[in-house]
Design a binder for this molecule. Structure first.
Ligand code: SF4
Ligand code: SF4
Ligand code: FES
Length: 402
């Protein structure tokens, strides 16, 4: 079997989404067959089609090496960098052997595969004050920042502003005003930076905004879409945790109350009790929450959805009135997790979508991890107190697990 890069050119069929809003014509599909080595990129394929068959095909690109973020498109329905998607892989993912290439979603099309990043993506980035507001007094020389703090924000600094996460964001599809994954990841870049002077102001602003951090539906689409493993949803969850736990921000959107109600219900019942979630989120985090006027108001406005669910058999009156039950020993195990996490003196934030500490790793000869060789975060300094090797991602910037 020859090396991937030694394989001879092959023919690939492309199906391109074409649209010129200025023409007044509807979008349509256009097919071309190009010839390239299988390891070459989808971007090269589109450029060949443009060069050989139709010079009017619109695509944006610059670096051609997954750095500038300008060639974001959808390949076979999934967001991707055209220059970072091999033709053979794209063909394998095609439903009928034809590689389908479309413009990104959630942004208006300027022409063919080019979307208006200014109109959506950059507008949202500007919304989060994307620069450092320096702590005063400014030191005579440079600010000294710990390695841990820099590792913490490195993940968001890896963003190349390609818009793939914006393209796939389900919350933005429903609410185009949502600040969105890329901009909120950018916001974490400054909230996590100890040199910034406006952590509270930034968090309060993003928490109180009805289209801010609590508008994310936690769907993981941006995590999968990101070609640089920025994990935007993880950064949004971290913004929430810092806003709630460290700055005690209670937002007008009931986001903080919703989280508190959610965790209390799981702690008390082992499973989520959906019928209690709404009244507690609006009326207060206890069984009596449902009698508070804001809960009643919200219940009334949700009546059509509740009735629809009842008619379709998605909920039953008894199922709504009684909490779901799990076996006693399982409930005890769930509560033991809460006790353990809540008894810890400090929360330890990682560059991942998790919080907490692991048990100390028992030393075992010959095991470099257990022997403490990796007790470092991005350098030669020891990890923060209480942290263990398994607390850290294998690489600060490497693949993240949601
Ligand atoms: S997790 Fe949140 S920000 Fe990410 S795509 Fe889903 S709704 Fe959007
Ligand atoms: S977070 Fe990832 S997907 Fe979103 S703009 Fe940045 S690099 Fe692209
Ligand atoms: S051309 Fe720069 S990321 Fe693809």
């Amino acid at each position: 079997m020859p090396e991937t890069h030694d394989r001879p050119p092959e023919q690939f069929k492309l199906r391109l989404r074409r649209y010129d809003p200025e023409s007044g014509d509807a979008p349509y599909w256009d097919e071309h067959t190009i010839e390239l080595e299988p390891h070459r990129s989808v971007l090269e394929a589109v450029l060949q089609a443009k060069d050989r068959f139709d010079g009017s095909i619109g695509i944006r690109c610059s670096c051609r090496q997954a750095i500038c973020g300008s060639c974001g498109v959808r390949v076979n329905g999934e967001p991707a960098l055209a220059c970072h998607t091999h033709l053979d892989a794209a063909k394998r993912g095609a439903r009928d052997g034809v590689i389908e290439i479309e413009p990104m979603g959630n942004m208006p099309v300027i022409k063919d595969l080019i979307v208006d990043m200014d109109d959506v993506h950059w507008k949202k980035i500007r919304r989060v004050t994307p620069w450092l507001i320096a702590k005063q007094p400014v030191p005579e020389r440079e600010y000294i920042v710990s390695k841990e703090a820099m590792v913490d924000v490195t993940q968001t600094m890896a963003c190349i502003q390609c818009g793939a996460c914006v393209s796939d964001c389900l919350a933005m599809e429903v609410d185009p005003g949502f600040i969105g994954p890329a901009a909120l990841a950018k916001a974490y870049r400054f909230v996590g930076d100890p040199r910034d002077d406006q952590h509270f102001e930034r968090l309060n602003d993003l928490a109180q905004d009805p289209q801010g951090i609590f508008d994310c539906t936690h769907c993981f689409k941006c995590v999968d879409a990101c070609p640089k493993d920025v994990n935007p949803m993880g950064q949004i969850m971290r913004l929430r945790r810092i806003a709630i736990d460290d700055h005690h921000i209670v937002d007008q959107n009931n986001g903080e109350r919703h989280e508190a109600a959610f965790t209390t219900l799981i702690k008390d019942n082992g499973l989520l009790w959906e019928a209690e979630l709404l009244p507690r989120s609006y009326g207060g985090n206890s069984w009596f929450g449902k009698f508070a006027p804001p809960a009643g108001k919200e219940l009334l406005s949700s009546l059509p959805a509740i009735l629809k669910a009842l008619v379709r058999g998605k909920v039953t009156p008894m199922g709504a009135l009684k909490p779901h039950r799990i076996p006693k020993q399982d409930l005890k195990a769930v509560q033991a997790i809460y006790d353990k996490v809540e008894s810890r003196p400090e929360r330890y934030e990682l560059n991942l979508y998790i919080t907490g500490e692991d048990e100390p790793v028992k030393e075992s000869p010959g095991d470099p991890v257990a022997a403490g060789v990796t007790h470092e975060v991005g350098g030669s300094e020891p990890a923060p107190t209480g942290a263990e090797p398994s607390d850290f991602p294998s690489s600060a910037n490497g693949p993240q697990e949601g």
